[in-house]
Design a protein around this ligand. Structure first.
Ligand code: ADP
Ligand code: ZN
Length: 605
């Protein structure tokens, strides 16, 4: 971009959004689109896709038209832009005819900077005619993977969007998505006629997210400990597989004094909406949900995502955990996982009516997922490799922070295999561990298993290590799982059984770790004084948000609030220096926060 244009882009970034610099590929994308080029942008959630079309739309004459599949997202974006002083509006089915007509007039009258529309609206003849009479800066196609039939949220209306190119060939188009795989990418290019578009592929790493997997022991307690130790007063999402478990877990957390809500597809629409709004608007609510929750939640300050059950696949896991830390601040992705989860997933695949080739794909996906759960080294490397990216050990996952110890479990593995064999290859891990550690439970004695030669043979190894060992043997394919959840020998176990191959196992921690010890608190308070100011700043934000009826983060994000805490600006000029404080927000909210800081300093200075 010529220097003048590039400084105009930076000025817009500074004045409107309050940011000092573009991130990663943003500068190149903004330049390319502002100059009229087409672009396909592949960037992870939280990467900063919105600015890639919002800034060019402000730089180019006319209105930027944004195609967006989710009504809730549209409304959020328009609200956030309005807070920034940008003239933004949306057109969707929630509006009355009068409201829609007013927006249409504003579009044709050249009064809008950005207009969000649902794809089905965009394709109507009426709207196309309207576009003929308006001045259009660009078309942005958000969530562009919706055009892919193989993807997870196919929208038939998206297919027709290629018409834009035919009808308005001179207007630049920018398609954006967080779905990176090559097949989807090719489909987007082909279906949206973007063959000549420049492709911007960002790294899919989310460096601010810390990944942790803990061995399931007492999962609810582990969850509680994890939240208490790391996320007191933070917003977070807890995913469970079933609706029942969602409700039970939320009720339990509430009983423990947490502000927890539940969400699943079985709730009536108004409860769902009310819970979702409370979560998005509020500050510090834990949402316990099935995966029905999350799509279209753009809340930037979700500080943790916890999985109480295995996700469907690594893609799903990455998407779900990606909802944490969009604002770039340190966040946690935490999962409790145990043998039972693995058994359940295997059963679900084997018992499904799906054709064999689908089952094969599902088995492979499960293997990748287990590879992540059972990783013996950096988890981020496993994740990124799955998406085709090579990387160095990250230093910000449980494996990097607490490298696992391994032990030579060859003999123990033989003992476990022989116990499985001698008890008839039909018992689950719990029972097998009881035999190995010599626990004469009723089930053991009823079946005469205290007479097996391996009864009590592994007393010197704890039950925790035995179940971890069994799980690792299943994960590596030495042991299989029957339809009924019993463990059975696989061909692959022979070399170990015969003593021809060694088996290295990962030692797990004895006291069910919550992952807590290793995770830094997100905002570290140096003193009670700082904690007091932080609470006052949040209180100020909360009351402004309630007054404006917008989510708290739309007043100022956590990142900006944290800067106020650190820098203690004592004038509007100093306030304006902070990232996230643009012209409009300085004017609207600067004084309110300044007064909080000044009065605090007077009392503590
Ligand atoms: P995506 O749509 O890719 O998930 P967003 O556009 O919502 O990401 O951006 C994520 C967060 O990062 C938002 O809170 C946004 O304000 C912030 N952000 C984006 N670009 C920048 C930047 N250049 N400097 C500071 N913050 C940014
Ligand atoms: Zn790592």
């Amino acid at each position: 971009m010529n220097p003048a244009a590039s400084s105009r882009a930076l000025e817009t970034l500074r004045h409107v959004f309050g940011y000092d610099a573009f991130r990663g590929e943003q500068a190149a994308i903004v330049e390319h689109v502002a100059e009229g080029g087409d672009a396909l942008v592949l960037m992870p959630t939280g990467g900063g896709k919105s600015l890639c079309y919002q800034v060019p739309a402000l730089l180019r004459p006319g209105c930027g038209v944004v195609v967006s599949p989710l009504i809730a997202l549209m409304q959020d974006q328009v609200q956030a832009l309005t807070q920034l002083g940008v003239k933004a509006a949306y057109l969707n089915s929630t509006q009355s005819n009068d409201e829609a007509a007013a927006v249409e007039r504003a579009l044709v009258g050249g009064e809008l900077d950005l207009l969000y529309v649902a794809p089905e609206r965009l394709m109507t003849g009426r709207f196309q005619n309207l576009l003929d009479h308006a001045h259009i800066a660009l078309f942005a196609i958000d969530e562009a993977h919706c055009v892919s039939q193989w993807g997870h949220d196919f929208r038939p209306e998206y297919i027709q969007l290629s018409v834009l190119h035919e009808r308005f060939p001179e207007i630049p188009r920018i398609a954006l998505t967080a779905t990176a795989d090559d097949a989807t990418r090719q489909e987007i290019i082909q279906r949206l006629a973007l063959a000549d578009a420049r492709v911007f592929l960002a790294s899919f790493d989310r460096p601010n997210i810390r990944y942790t997997v803990v061995e399931k022991d007492n999962p609810r307690k582990q969850l509680l400990r994890f939240i208490r130790a790391n996320h007191d007063g933070d917003s977070g999402i807890v995913y469970c597989l079933s609706r029942k478990k969602v409700e039970e877990t939320a009720a339990w957390l509430r009983g423990e004094g947490m502000r927890a809500l539940h969400y699943h597809a079985g709730l009536d629409a108004s409860t769902r909406e009310s819970h979702q709004t409370q979560f998005v608007r509020g500050d510090g609510i834990v949402m316990v949900a099935t995966i029905a929750f999350g799509m279209g939640i753009d809340k930037p300050d979700v500080r943790f995502v916890a999985h109480m059950d295995l996700p469907k696949s690594l893609e799903a896991y990455y998407q779900e955990t990606g909802r944490a830390g969009r604002d770039g601040l340190p966040s946690n992705a935490w999962m409790a996982y145990g043998l039972q989860d693995m058994v359940l997933q295997r059963e679900m695949i084997e018992q499904s009516q799906a054709p064999d080739e689908i089952k094969r794909v599902e088995r492979r996906k499960l293997e990748s997922l287990l590879g992540y759960c059972e990783a013996a080294a950096c988890r981020r490397q496993v994740l990124l490799r799955y998406f085709g990216e090579e990387s160095e050990p990250c230093g910000n996952c449980d494996m990097c922070l607490n490298p696992p110890q391994t032990w030579d479990a060859s003999v123990a593995a033989q003992q476990a295999l022989s116990t499985i064999y001698r008890s008839g290859q039909r018992y689950g891990a719990g029972h097998l561990v009881d035999i190995l550690t010599g626990k004469a439970t009723p089930k053991v004695t009823e079946r005469g298993h205290e007479n097996l030669s391996t009864f009590g043979i592994g007393k010197d190894i704890s039950a925790t290590q035995w179940s971890a060992l069994l799980r690792q043997m299943v994960a590596q394919g030495l042991v299989g799982v029957s339809e009924h959840g019993g463990l059975l020998l696989q061909e692959e176990c022979r070399p170990v059984l015969r003593g021809e191959a060694a088996f290295q196992a990962r030692r797990v921690r004895e006291s069910a770790p919550s992952g807590a010890s290793s995770v830094r608190r997100e905002i570290e308070f140096e003193s009670d004084e700082a904690r007091t100011l932080w609470a006052a700043l949040r209180q100020c934000r909360r009351s402004l948000a309630e007054e404006q009826e917008v989510p708290a983060y739309m007043i100022f994000g956590d990142a900006t609030l944290k800067l106020m805490l650190e820098k203690r600006p004592m004038s509007l000029d100093a306030m304006y220096q902070l990232s996230g404080v643009g012209d409009r927000k300085l004017e609207a909210y600067g004084m309110a926060f300044l007064e909080v800081i000044q009065s605090h300093q007077r009392q503590h200075g």
